[in-house]
Design a protein around this ligand. Sequence first.
Ligand code: ZN
Length: 76
Amino acid sequence: MIRYCIGCGDQIPPKRIEIIPSTKTCTGCSTTGAKIGVTIMHGNLEKDDTWVETEFINPDDYVPYPPSYNIENNEE
Ligand SMILES: [Zn+2]
């Protein structure tokens, strides 16, 4: 099956169509299903006991912190 990207007009790789039969874009133009990598810091900053993890989430779930976000206000 040959299909062309609605974004750039290039042929969509057959492997991509195989994996995502409903796709209308090539890998470069795709936004659907793309994941955003978010770096999250855990631990206690005051005790210098922290670690960082990168989580991959759906763009729809991504809520950026406001620029003024203060980690000390993040009480859970
Ligand atoms: Zn494209």
